[in-house]
Design a protein around this ligand. Structure first.
Ligand SMILES: O=C(O)CCC(=O)C(=O)O
Ligand SMILES: [Fe+2]
Length: 503
Protein backbone atom coordinates (compact mmCIF):
# COMPACT_ATOMS: atom_id res chain seq x y z
CA UNK A 1 0.00 0.00 0.00
CA UNK A 2 1.27 3.43 -0.84
CA UNK A 3 0.10 6.67 0.58
CA UNK A 4 0.96 9.86 -1.15
CA UNK A 5 1.20 13.05 0.74
CA UNK A 6 2.57 16.47 -0.06
CA UNK A 7 4.90 16.30 2.83
CA UNK A 8 6.24 19.50 1.54
CA UNK A 9 4.81 21.30 -1.40
CA UNK A 10 7.51 23.71 -2.21
CA UNK A 11 7.45 26.39 -4.78
CA UNK A 12 9.86 24.18 -6.64
CA UNK A 13 7.05 21.71 -6.59
CA UNK A 14 8.99 19.01 -4.91
CA UNK A 15 6.71 16.47 -3.51
CA UNK A 16 7.60 13.97 -0.92
CA UNK A 17 6.14 10.60 -1.06
CA UNK A 18 5.12 8.63 1.88
CA UNK A 19 5.00 4.97 1.35
CA UNK A 20 3.64 2.92 4.10
CA UNK A 21 4.06 -0.74 4.06
CA UNK A 22 1.57 -3.22 5.20
CA UNK A 23 2.75 -4.58 8.42
CA UNK A 24 0.58 -6.82 10.37
CA UNK A 25 2.55 -6.94 13.53
CA UNK A 26 3.22 -3.41 14.50
CA UNK A 27 1.03 -0.36 14.19
CA UNK A 28 3.93 1.99 14.39
CA UNK A 29 5.17 3.73 11.30
CA UNK A 30 8.56 5.27 11.18
CA UNK A 31 9.78 7.50 8.41
CA UNK A 32 13.43 7.84 7.90
CA UNK A 33 15.25 10.89 6.78
CA UNK A 34 18.39 10.01 4.95
CA UNK A 35 20.08 13.06 6.38
CA UNK A 36 19.74 11.71 9.82
CA UNK A 37 17.73 14.50 11.23
CA UNK A 38 15.69 13.96 14.29
CA UNK A 39 12.80 11.89 13.34
CA UNK A 40 9.17 11.68 13.74
CA UNK A 41 7.28 8.63 14.62
CA UNK A 42 3.72 8.13 13.77
CA UNK A 43 1.77 5.58 15.65
CA UNK A 44 -1.46 4.74 14.04
CA UNK A 45 -3.91 1.98 14.34
CA UNK A 46 -3.25 -1.15 12.41
CA UNK A 47 -0.99 -0.14 9.61
CA UNK A 48 -2.19 -2.95 7.44
CA UNK A 49 -5.59 -1.39 7.44
CA UNK A 50 -4.63 2.07 6.44
CA UNK A 51 -6.48 3.41 3.50
CA UNK A 52 -5.35 5.99 1.05
CA UNK A 53 -8.17 8.20 2.10
CA UNK A 54 -6.48 8.67 5.40
CA UNK A 55 -4.20 11.24 3.91
CA UNK A 56 -6.38 12.42 1.11
CA UNK A 57 -6.88 15.72 2.81
CA UNK A 58 -3.26 16.62 2.46
CA UNK A 59 -2.75 15.53 -1.08
CA UNK A 60 -2.93 18.98 -2.49
CA UNK A 61 -2.01 21.06 0.46
CA UNK A 62 0.34 23.95 0.22
CA UNK A 63 2.36 25.20 3.08
CA UNK A 64 2.89 28.84 3.48
CA UNK A 65 6.22 28.20 5.06
CA UNK A 66 7.16 25.21 3.09
CA UNK A 67 10.44 26.63 1.97
CA UNK A 68 11.59 26.42 5.53
CA UNK A 69 11.76 22.71 5.19
CA UNK A 70 12.86 22.19 1.67
CA UNK A 71 16.53 21.89 2.34
CA UNK A 72 16.04 19.51 5.18
CA UNK A 73 13.15 17.59 3.90
CA UNK A 74 14.30 17.28 0.38
CA UNK A 75 13.84 13.74 -0.57
CA UNK A 76 12.37 11.63 2.06
CA UNK A 77 12.50 7.97 1.45
CA UNK A 78 10.31 5.60 3.20
CA UNK A 79 11.29 2.10 3.79
CA UNK A 80 8.81 -0.47 2.91
CA UNK A 81 8.77 -3.46 5.07
CA UNK A 82 9.84 -1.80 8.23
CA UNK A 83 7.49 -1.51 11.05
CA UNK A 84 8.54 2.03 11.60
CA UNK A 85 8.97 4.92 9.24
CA UNK A 86 10.95 7.93 10.30
CA UNK A 87 11.39 11.40 9.00
CA UNK A 88 12.86 14.70 9.86
CA UNK A 89 10.99 16.82 12.27
CA UNK A 90 11.50 19.58 9.83
CA UNK A 91 8.02 18.46 9.15
CA UNK A 92 6.93 20.19 12.25
CA UNK A 93 9.54 22.84 12.33
CA UNK A 94 11.37 21.36 15.21
CA UNK A 95 14.81 22.76 15.09
CA UNK A 96 17.34 20.43 13.67
CA UNK A 97 20.28 22.77 13.60
CA UNK A 98 21.40 22.09 17.07
CA UNK A 99 24.34 23.50 18.84
CA UNK A 100 27.12 21.19 17.81
CA UNK A 101 29.16 22.16 20.81
CA UNK A 102 26.53 20.62 22.95
CA UNK A 103 25.88 17.15 21.74
CA UNK A 104 22.37 16.05 22.14
CA UNK A 105 22.12 13.03 24.28
CA UNK A 106 18.85 11.37 24.60
CA UNK A 107 18.78 9.96 28.03
CA UNK A 108 18.67 6.29 28.42
CA UNK A 109 15.61 5.55 30.38
CA UNK A 110 15.29 2.79 32.83
CA UNK A 111 12.33 2.39 35.12
CA UNK A 112 12.50 4.93 37.82
CA UNK A 113 15.43 6.72 36.29
CA UNK A 114 14.36 9.77 34.37
CA UNK A 115 16.76 12.16 32.77
CA UNK A 116 17.39 14.89 35.29
CA UNK A 117 16.00 17.54 33.07
CA UNK A 118 12.76 15.68 32.78
CA UNK A 119 12.25 14.93 36.40
CA UNK A 120 9.54 17.37 37.29
CA UNK A 121 10.73 19.68 39.95
CA UNK A 122 9.16 19.17 43.30
CA UNK A 123 7.90 22.63 44.06
CA UNK A 124 4.96 23.88 42.17
CA UNK A 125 5.83 26.61 39.78
CA UNK A 126 3.94 29.30 41.54
CA UNK A 127 6.45 31.90 40.88
CA UNK A 128 9.33 32.31 38.58
CA UNK A 129 11.47 32.73 41.63
CA UNK A 130 10.65 29.21 42.63
CA UNK A 131 11.73 27.63 39.40
CA UNK A 132 14.23 25.05 40.32
CA UNK A 133 17.68 24.13 39.22
CA UNK A 134 18.67 27.15 37.28
CA UNK A 135 22.34 27.15 36.50
CA UNK A 136 24.38 30.24 36.41
CA UNK A 137 23.33 32.77 33.90
CA UNK A 138 24.38 32.43 30.30
CA UNK A 139 27.52 34.23 29.39
CA UNK A 140 26.09 35.93 26.40
CA UNK A 141 22.61 34.67 25.97
CA UNK A 142 21.73 37.19 23.37
CA UNK A 143 24.52 35.84 21.22
CA UNK A 144 23.32 32.31 21.43
CA UNK A 145 23.11 30.98 17.90
CA UNK A 146 19.76 29.59 18.77
CA UNK A 147 18.59 32.81 20.18
CA UNK A 148 17.25 35.97 18.78
CA UNK A 149 18.36 39.56 19.07
CA UNK A 150 18.09 40.90 22.53
CA UNK A 151 15.33 43.14 23.62
CA UNK A 152 13.52 43.89 26.78
CA UNK A 153 10.92 41.59 28.21
CA UNK A 154 7.40 42.72 28.06
CA UNK A 155 5.46 43.50 31.14
CA UNK A 156 3.25 40.81 32.50
CA UNK A 157 -0.25 41.38 31.45
CA UNK A 158 -3.45 39.66 30.84
CA UNK A 159 -3.28 37.41 27.87
CA UNK A 160 -5.69 38.86 25.42
CA UNK A 161 -6.01 36.44 22.53
CA UNK A 162 -9.60 35.25 22.37
CA UNK A 163 -9.92 31.54 22.82
CA UNK A 164 -6.56 31.10 24.46
CA UNK A 165 -6.76 29.74 27.95
CA UNK A 166 -3.73 29.61 30.15
CA UNK A 167 -3.43 29.86 33.88
CA UNK A 168 -0.04 29.09 35.37
CA UNK A 169 -1.58 28.07 38.65
CA UNK A 170 -3.28 25.17 36.96
CA UNK A 171 -0.74 22.41 36.98
CA UNK A 172 -0.83 18.72 36.31
CA UNK A 173 -0.08 16.88 39.56
CA UNK A 174 3.56 16.09 40.06
CA UNK A 175 3.09 12.37 40.36
CA UNK A 176 1.07 12.10 37.21
CA UNK A 177 3.53 14.27 35.34
CA UNK A 178 6.35 11.97 36.36
CA UNK A 179 4.43 8.93 35.22
CA UNK A 180 3.58 10.49 31.90
CA UNK A 181 7.15 11.53 31.23
CA UNK A 182 8.55 8.19 32.21
CA UNK A 183 6.07 6.36 30.06
CA UNK A 184 6.65 8.53 27.03
CA UNK A 185 10.40 8.52 27.29
CA UNK A 186 10.59 4.80 27.71
CA UNK A 187 8.02 4.01 25.10
CA UNK A 188 8.71 6.49 22.35
CA UNK A 189 12.05 8.19 22.73
CA UNK A 190 14.61 5.68 23.87
CA UNK A 191 16.46 2.73 22.49
CA UNK A 192 16.09 2.46 18.76
CA UNK A 193 13.93 5.57 18.85
CA UNK A 194 16.69 7.69 20.28
CA UNK A 195 16.51 10.05 17.34
CA UNK A 196 12.78 10.39 17.43
CA UNK A 197 11.41 13.62 18.72
CA UNK A 198 7.81 13.51 17.74
CA UNK A 199 5.17 10.86 18.01
CA UNK A 200 1.57 10.92 16.93
CA UNK A 201 -0.95 8.62 18.49
CA UNK A 202 -4.45 8.16 17.23
CA UNK A 203 -7.35 7.12 19.34
CA UNK A 204 -10.75 5.88 18.46
CA UNK A 205 -13.89 7.84 18.74
CA UNK A 206 -16.43 6.79 21.33
CA UNK A 207 -18.68 5.41 18.66
CA UNK A 208 -16.08 3.53 16.72
CA UNK A 209 -17.01 0.25 18.28
CA UNK A 210 -20.31 0.40 16.51
CA UNK A 211 -19.30 2.68 13.67
CA UNK A 212 -16.05 1.78 11.97
CA UNK A 213 -15.33 5.38 11.08
CA UNK A 214 -12.17 5.31 13.09
CA UNK A 215 -9.91 2.34 13.05
CA UNK A 216 -8.89 0.17 15.90
CA UNK A 217 -5.67 1.01 17.55
CA UNK A 218 -3.75 -1.64 19.22
CA UNK A 219 -2.60 -0.68 22.67
CA UNK A 220 0.83 0.82 22.68
CA UNK A 221 3.54 -1.72 23.33
CA UNK A 222 4.12 -0.69 26.87
CA UNK A 223 0.59 -0.05 27.89
CA UNK A 224 0.42 -3.42 29.50
CA UNK A 225 2.99 -2.25 31.99
CA UNK A 226 0.81 0.46 33.29
CA UNK A 227 -0.67 0.02 36.67
CA UNK A 228 -4.07 1.36 35.93
CA UNK A 229 -6.51 0.44 33.23
CA UNK A 230 -4.27 -2.32 32.15
CA UNK A 231 -6.95 -4.28 30.48
CA UNK A 232 -9.00 -1.47 29.12
CA UNK A 233 -7.93 1.31 26.85
CA UNK A 234 -11.30 2.98 26.96
CA UNK A 235 -11.76 5.91 29.25
CA UNK A 236 -14.83 7.01 31.11
CA UNK A 237 -15.90 9.13 28.18
CA UNK A 238 -15.75 6.23 25.82
CA UNK A 239 -12.60 7.36 24.10
CA UNK A 240 -10.15 4.66 23.42
CA UNK A 241 -7.03 3.77 21.61
CA UNK A 242 -4.70 6.13 23.37
CA UNK A 243 -2.44 4.73 26.04
CA UNK A 244 -4.20 4.65 29.39
CA UNK A 245 -1.75 7.05 30.94
CA UNK A 246 -2.68 9.65 28.35
CA UNK A 247 -6.32 9.10 29.00
CA UNK A 248 -5.64 9.59 32.66
CA UNK A 249 -3.88 12.79 31.75
CA UNK A 250 -6.86 13.90 29.71
CA UNK A 251 -9.17 13.26 32.62
CA UNK A 252 -7.01 15.39 34.85
CA UNK A 253 -6.87 18.20 32.36
CA UNK A 254 -10.62 18.07 32.03
CA UNK A 255 -11.09 18.29 35.77
CA UNK A 256 -8.55 21.04 36.14
CA UNK A 257 -10.06 23.20 33.44
CA UNK A 258 -13.67 22.63 34.31
CA UNK A 259 -14.03 25.41 36.87
CA UNK A 260 -12.27 27.85 34.62
CA UNK A 261 -13.93 27.44 31.27
CA UNK A 262 -17.45 28.19 30.17
CA UNK A 263 -19.28 24.90 29.74
CA UNK A 264 -19.51 25.20 25.99
CA UNK A 265 -15.80 25.76 25.78
CA UNK A 266 -15.03 22.96 28.17
CA UNK A 267 -17.19 20.59 26.19
CA UNK A 268 -15.28 21.55 23.09
CA UNK A 269 -12.16 20.08 24.62
CA UNK A 270 -13.91 17.36 26.55
CA UNK A 271 -17.19 16.47 24.95
CA UNK A 272 -19.42 14.29 27.00
CA UNK A 273 -22.86 12.94 26.56
CA UNK A 274 -23.96 14.80 29.65
CA UNK A 275 -22.67 18.11 28.39
CA UNK A 276 -25.00 17.83 25.47
CA UNK A 277 -27.77 16.00 27.19
CA UNK A 278 -30.60 18.25 26.18
CA UNK A 279 -30.13 17.82 22.51
CA UNK A 280 -27.78 14.93 22.39
CA UNK A 281 -28.05 12.77 19.34
CA UNK A 282 -29.24 9.24 19.79
CA UNK A 283 -25.75 7.87 19.55
CA UNK A 284 -24.84 9.57 22.77
CA UNK A 285 -26.92 7.18 24.74
CA UNK A 286 -24.33 4.53 24.11
CA UNK A 287 -21.55 6.54 25.62
CA UNK A 288 -20.08 5.87 28.97
CA UNK A 289 -21.05 8.21 31.78
CA UNK A 290 -19.09 11.42 31.94
CA UNK A 291 -16.33 11.90 34.40
CA UNK A 292 -17.87 12.12 37.80
CA UNK A 293 -15.31 14.65 38.86
CA UNK A 294 -16.62 17.09 36.35
CA UNK A 295 -19.94 17.27 38.11
CA UNK A 296 -18.60 18.24 41.46
CA UNK A 297 -16.14 20.96 40.69
CA UNK A 298 -18.02 23.03 38.22
CA UNK A 299 -18.30 26.57 39.42
CA UNK A 300 -19.73 28.10 36.30
CA UNK A 301 -23.33 27.03 35.95
CA UNK A 302 -24.25 25.62 32.59
CA UNK A 303 -26.08 27.99 30.35
CA UNK A 304 -29.06 27.05 28.32
CA UNK A 305 -26.97 27.24 25.18
CA UNK A 306 -24.61 24.75 26.71
CA UNK A 307 -27.40 22.36 27.27
CA UNK A 308 -28.67 22.65 23.79
CA UNK A 309 -25.50 22.76 21.74
CA UNK A 310 -23.69 19.51 21.24
CA UNK A 311 -19.96 19.81 21.15
CA UNK A 312 -18.76 19.62 17.57
CA UNK A 313 -16.13 17.22 18.79
CA UNK A 314 -18.55 14.75 20.24
CA UNK A 315 -17.71 11.33 18.90
CA UNK A 316 -14.63 12.50 17.14
CA UNK A 317 -11.40 10.61 17.53
CA UNK A 318 -8.58 12.22 19.36
CA UNK A 319 -5.00 12.50 18.31
CA UNK A 320 -2.19 12.96 20.76
CA UNK A 321 1.01 14.47 19.44
CA UNK A 322 4.04 14.17 21.66
CA UNK A 323 6.95 16.48 21.02
CA UNK A 324 10.35 16.19 22.62
CA UNK A 325 12.48 19.32 22.61
CA UNK A 326 16.07 19.47 23.61
CA UNK A 327 17.39 22.79 24.80
CA UNK A 328 17.68 25.09 21.85
CA UNK A 329 14.98 23.40 19.85
CA UNK A 330 11.64 24.87 18.99
CA UNK A 331 8.78 24.63 16.61
CA UNK A 332 8.09 26.86 13.67
CA UNK A 333 5.10 29.16 14.02
CA UNK A 334 2.10 27.39 12.62
CA UNK A 335 -1.60 26.89 12.71
CA UNK A 336 -2.45 23.27 13.30
CA UNK A 337 -3.69 21.60 10.18
CA UNK A 338 -7.07 23.03 9.39
CA UNK A 339 -8.46 20.20 7.40
CA UNK A 340 -7.34 17.51 9.75
CA UNK A 341 -8.02 18.86 13.19
CA UNK A 342 -11.06 20.45 14.71
CA UNK A 343 -11.43 23.32 17.10
CA UNK A 344 -10.19 22.83 20.62
CA UNK A 345 -6.54 21.96 21.09
CA UNK A 346 -5.15 21.38 24.53
CA UNK A 347 -1.59 20.62 25.53
CA UNK A 348 0.65 20.19 28.53
CA UNK A 349 4.30 21.03 29.05
CA UNK A 350 6.48 18.57 30.90
CA UNK A 351 10.03 18.72 32.10
CA UNK A 352 10.78 22.28 31.23
CA UNK A 353 9.08 25.50 30.55
CA UNK A 354 9.51 27.52 27.42
CA UNK A 355 8.18 30.57 25.73
CA UNK A 356 5.43 30.11 23.23
CA UNK A 357 4.98 32.86 20.72
CA UNK A 358 1.64 33.77 19.27
CA UNK A 359 1.43 35.76 16.07
CA UNK A 360 -1.61 36.92 14.28
CA UNK A 361 -2.15 35.13 11.01
CA UNK A 362 -1.72 37.52 8.16
CA UNK A 363 -4.23 38.66 5.66
CA UNK A 364 -2.80 36.54 2.93
CA UNK A 365 -5.33 33.84 2.19
CA UNK A 366 -2.74 31.09 2.47
CA UNK A 367 -1.39 32.20 5.77
CA UNK A 368 -2.06 29.43 8.16
CA UNK A 369 -4.08 27.50 5.69
CA UNK A 370 -1.51 25.33 4.07
CA UNK A 371 -0.59 21.80 4.71
CA UNK A 372 3.02 20.96 4.86
CA UNK A 373 2.75 17.52 6.27
CA UNK A 374 0.42 15.00 7.58
CA UNK A 375 -0.15 16.72 10.84
CA UNK A 376 0.81 20.31 10.67
CA UNK A 377 0.45 23.39 8.69
CA UNK A 378 2.65 26.35 9.00
CA UNK A 379 2.03 29.95 8.47
CA UNK A 380 4.13 32.97 7.97
CA UNK A 381 2.26 35.33 10.19
CA UNK A 382 1.77 38.89 9.39
CA UNK A 383 4.40 40.98 11.00
CA UNK A 384 6.31 37.98 12.19
CA UNK A 385 9.06 39.12 14.45
CA UNK A 386 7.58 42.51 14.70
CA UNK A 387 7.62 44.34 17.92
CA UNK A 388 4.62 44.91 19.99
CA UNK A 389 2.55 47.93 19.61
CA UNK A 390 -0.63 49.12 18.23
CA UNK A 391 -1.10 48.00 14.69
CA UNK A 392 -4.42 49.47 14.09
CA UNK A 393 -6.15 46.13 14.20
CA UNK A 394 -9.86 46.21 14.58
CA UNK A 395 -9.78 44.18 17.75
CA UNK A 396 -7.22 46.42 19.34
CA UNK A 397 -4.78 43.61 19.86
CA UNK A 398 -1.17 43.59 18.93
CA UNK A 399 0.11 41.15 16.38
CA UNK A 400 2.47 39.37 18.71
CA UNK A 401 2.19 37.96 22.19
CA UNK A 402 4.57 35.69 24.01
CA UNK A 403 3.76 33.47 26.90
CA UNK A 404 5.96 31.46 29.21
CA UNK A 405 4.62 27.97 29.74
CA UNK A 406 5.96 26.47 32.96
CA UNK A 407 6.36 22.75 33.19
CA UNK A 408 3.13 20.94 34.00
CA UNK A 409 1.07 23.87 32.82
CA UNK A 410 -1.87 23.46 30.49
CA UNK A 411 -2.56 25.50 27.40
CA UNK A 412 -5.87 25.39 25.59
CA UNK A 413 -6.65 27.00 22.26
CA UNK A 414 -9.95 27.38 20.53
CA UNK A 415 -11.62 29.87 18.27
CA UNK A 416 -9.38 32.75 17.34
CA UNK A 417 -6.44 31.31 19.22
CA UNK A 418 -6.69 28.14 17.24
CA UNK A 419 -7.47 29.63 13.83
CA UNK A 420 -6.33 33.22 13.69
CA UNK A 421 -3.05 33.06 15.50
CA UNK A 422 0.01 30.99 14.90
CA UNK A 423 1.86 29.45 17.78
CA UNK A 424 5.49 28.53 17.83
CA UNK A 425 8.44 28.05 20.13
CA UNK A 426 11.58 30.03 19.41
CA UNK A 427 14.76 28.08 19.03
CA UNK A 428 16.88 29.23 21.89
CA UNK A 429 18.23 27.88 25.11
CA UNK A 430 17.22 30.65 27.41
CA UNK A 431 14.02 32.53 27.87
CA UNK A 432 13.73 35.86 29.53
CA UNK A 433 10.65 36.34 31.59
CA UNK A 434 9.39 39.05 33.81
CA UNK A 435 7.47 38.94 37.01
CA UNK A 436 5.07 41.48 38.20
CA UNK A 437 4.62 42.25 41.85
CA UNK A 438 5.07 40.06 44.82
CA UNK A 439 3.56 36.78 43.89
CA UNK A 440 0.22 35.33 43.17
CA UNK A 441 -1.22 33.82 40.08
CA UNK A 442 -1.15 36.93 38.01
CA UNK A 443 2.48 37.36 38.69
CA UNK A 444 3.29 34.08 37.12
CA UNK A 445 1.71 35.00 33.85
CA UNK A 446 4.63 36.48 32.11
CA UNK A 447 5.18 37.98 28.80
CA UNK A 448 8.38 37.61 26.95
CA UNK A 449 9.39 39.60 23.99
CA UNK A 450 10.94 37.84 21.08
CA UNK A 451 14.24 39.34 22.02
CA UNK A 452 14.57 38.38 25.64
CA UNK A 453 16.37 39.95 28.54
CA UNK A 454 18.97 42.61 28.55
CA UNK A 455 22.52 41.59 28.01
CA UNK A 456 25.03 40.41 30.52
CA UNK A 457 25.99 43.70 31.93
CA UNK A 458 22.51 44.44 32.98
CA UNK A 459 21.93 41.21 34.82
CA UNK A 460 21.89 41.61 38.54
CA UNK A 461 22.66 38.05 39.35
CA UNK A 462 26.18 37.35 40.43
CA UNK A 463 28.06 35.24 37.96
CA UNK A 464 29.03 32.83 40.69
CA UNK A 465 25.62 32.63 42.16
CA UNK A 466 24.31 29.14 41.71
CA UNK A 467 21.38 29.63 43.97
CA UNK A 468 19.03 28.42 41.35
CA UNK A 469 17.96 31.52 39.61
CA UNK A 470 19.09 31.85 36.09
CA UNK A 471 20.02 35.45 36.54
CA UNK A 472 17.89 38.46 37.08
CA UNK A 473 17.85 41.93 35.88
CA UNK A 474 15.72 44.86 36.58
CA UNK A 475 13.85 43.92 33.50
CA UNK A 476 13.69 40.19 33.51
CA UNK A 477 14.90 36.78 34.55
CA UNK A 478 16.75 34.36 32.40
CA UNK A 479 15.42 30.86 32.52
CA UNK A 480 17.39 28.09 30.95
CA UNK A 481 15.44 25.56 29.05
CA UNK A 482 15.72 21.94 29.92
CA UNK A 483 14.49 19.05 27.91
CA UNK A 484 10.82 19.55 27.36
CA UNK A 485 8.12 17.09 26.48
CA UNK A 486 4.79 18.37 25.32
CA UNK A 487 1.63 16.41 24.76
CA UNK A 488 -1.06 18.01 22.66
CA UNK A 489 -4.52 16.61 22.11
CA UNK A 490 -6.54 17.39 19.02
CA UNK A 491 -9.70 16.06 17.46
CA UNK A 492 -9.68 14.52 14.03
CA UNK A 493 -12.17 16.07 11.70
CA UNK A 494 -14.64 13.88 9.87
CA UNK A 495 -12.89 12.36 6.91
CA UNK A 496 -9.52 12.97 8.46
CA UNK A 497 -9.53 9.84 10.47
CA UNK A 498 -7.27 7.06 9.55
CA UNK A 499 -9.76 4.56 8.43
CA UNK A 500 -9.53 0.92 9.13
CA UNK A 501 -11.07 -1.90 10.96
CA UNK A 502 -10.56 -2.88 14.45
CA UNK A 503 -8.26 -5.69 15.26
O1 LIG B 1 5.18 21.75 22.05
C1 LIG B 1 4.16 22.41 22.13
O2 LIG B 1 3.70 22.81 23.19
C2 LIG B 1 3.42 22.77 20.87
C3 LIG B 1 3.34 21.66 19.88
C4 LIG B 1 2.53 22.06 18.70
O3 LIG B 1 2.14 23.16 18.54
C5 LIG B 1 2.16 21.05 17.71
O4 LIG B 1 2.67 19.92 17.74
O5 LIG B 1 1.35 21.37 16.84
FE1 LIG C 1 0.57 23.27 17.03
Amino acid sequence: MTLSSPLSTSQANRKRKLSVSDHEQDPILKRRNAKGNPSLRVEIPTASQLQESAYSDVESGVSGADSLFDDIFDDISFEVGEDIVTTSTATTGLNTSLDSSRPIQLPSISPGALPPSLIPSAPAVRSLRSLSSRPSRPSQPHHDPNGTPSDTPSSPKEFPIPGLFFNPSILIPQELASEVVEFCMKTYFSGRNANVNQVMLFGRSPTSSSTPAVPASRPSPSSTKLKENEDDDTDSQGYSGLPPILQTLLSHISTLLLPHLPPTVHSLYFPTAAATATSAPATCSSLSPPLTTTRTTRTIPPTSSTQSTPSPNLNRARQAIINLYHPGEGITPHVDLLRRFGDGIVGVSFGSGCVMEFRRVGDHPHDGLGDSEISESYAVPSGAGSSRGSNGSSDGLDDAYDLYLPERSVLAMSGDARYKWTHGIPRRKWDCVEEDGEGGVDNVVVGVDTGGCPGDGELLKDTNDDSGSGGRSSRGTWLERGTRLSITFRFLLPGAEIVGEED
